[in-house]
Design a protein around this ligand. Structure first.
Ligand code: ADP
Length: 320
């Protein structure tokens, strides 16, 4: 292994910079040249590839977003498009590739690893925590902290005005962000795609809270279920309760990464390069029970992402 390239792809996540820093520095520490590919797979095709030195990744461990940039580039699903991108790596003599991103980025990485003799490793970078083979993805913890901060603030105003609030959080089809933020934020109700619950039950908890004198109710809604305006409208129509809503949106993607995300990024970035040096390819790294692990891309896609429904039960018992 002489030259390793790294790219960030898909939805950005806090901690991607710390990941790139770890990849670049681990490579250089081991006598390997490091290259950054700008704008994800799009930049790979367009040849936006630059050699990086240790100093190029200085002062970024604390920064949100990704200095390499990211891009949505659906054309990459076309094998002919990938051929051009692979040729660009070959021209530079790159023999290892690290892809930081979510599910879609992994699909691109898996396709590449089958079509080229450049060894490829994926690192889970997404706030959604929706990737199999790892307990946590890079960015999840920071997004949770952002959501908790928002819940606390909304709670202040909800309490002053004795209001019911619906807070819509990201997560695509996964309920991880909603579930953990709902528990840590002390919400009355959590609505996630993985656990079907009737609106009747949700409202009965709101009424229960009201009956014991609670001045506000907070319902955390995962975007994968429905939108906050839709839910608010249903509650208004069916129960006559005038709810307010907040859609947290892209603030969840930004901000300085938390200590946990910086640590995870540093460990996984380092581990990805160690795997490349050991000759591994076609694998995604992750953390399970605080141990670094790797899984074949195929296995990551075969498994179905689930949330810990015991936590859902905890949330119910604590929101009485
Ligand atoms: P994320 O990685 O956060 O899930 P996307 O789903 O947008 O984000 O995927 C990121 C990029 O990965 C896409 O824009 C595309 O370039 C590439 N990609 C996604 N799916 C595939 C696929 N089936 N084959 C090849 N490349 C893909």
């Amino acid at each position: 292994m002489k030259k390793i390239a790294v790219l960030t792809s898909g939805g950005d996540a806090p901690g991607m910079n710390a990941t790139v820093r770890a990849v670049v520095r681990t490579a250089i520490f081991n006598g390997i040249e490091a290259y950054g590919i700008f704008q994800g797979y799009k930049g790979m095709l367009e040849g936006k590839i630059k050699k990086l030195e240790c100093g190029d990744v200085g002062n970024i461990i604390n920064r949100g977003g990704t200095f390499l940039g990211s891009a949505r580039f659906p054309e990459f699903a076309n094998p002919d498009v990938r051929k051009g991108a692979i040729q660009n790596l070959k021209n530079l003599g790159i023999d290892g590739l690290v892809v930081v991103g979510g599910d879609g980025s992994y699909r691109g990485a898996m396709a590449l690893s089958r079509e080229m003799d450049i060894k490829t490793i994926g690192i889970p970078g997404t706030i959604d925590n929706d990737i199999c083979g790892t307990d946590f993805t890079i960015g999840f913890d920071t997004a949770l902290n952002t959501i908790i901060d928002a819940i606390d603030k909304i709670r202040d105003t909800a309490s002053s005005h004795e209001r019911v609030f619906v807070i819509e959080v990201m997560g695509r089809n996964a309920g991880d962000l909603a579930l953990v933020a709902g528990i840590a934020g002390g919400s009355e109700s959590i609505i996630i795609p993985e656990k079907k619950e009737s609106l009747e039950d949700v409202i009965s908890r709101v009424r229960q809270a009201e009956a014991r004198g609670k001045k506000h109710s907070i319902i955390i809604l995962a975007e994968g279920v429905m939108s906050a305006p839709e839910l608010s409208e249903m509650i208004k129509k069916d129960y006559g309760i005038n709810v307010k809503y907040a859609i947290l949106g892209h603030i969840q993607r930004g901000g300085t990464p938390s200590a946990m995300d910086r640590l995870l990024a540093s460990r996984l970035g380092n581990y990805a390069v160690q795997l490349l040096i050991a000759g591994e390819s076609g694998r995604a790294v992750g953390i399970q029970n605080n141990r670094l692990v790797s899984s074949r891309f195929e296995d990551v896609f075969e498994d179905e992402h689930t949330v810990d429904l015991d936590m859902y039960e905890v949330s119910k018992q604590l929101s009485i």
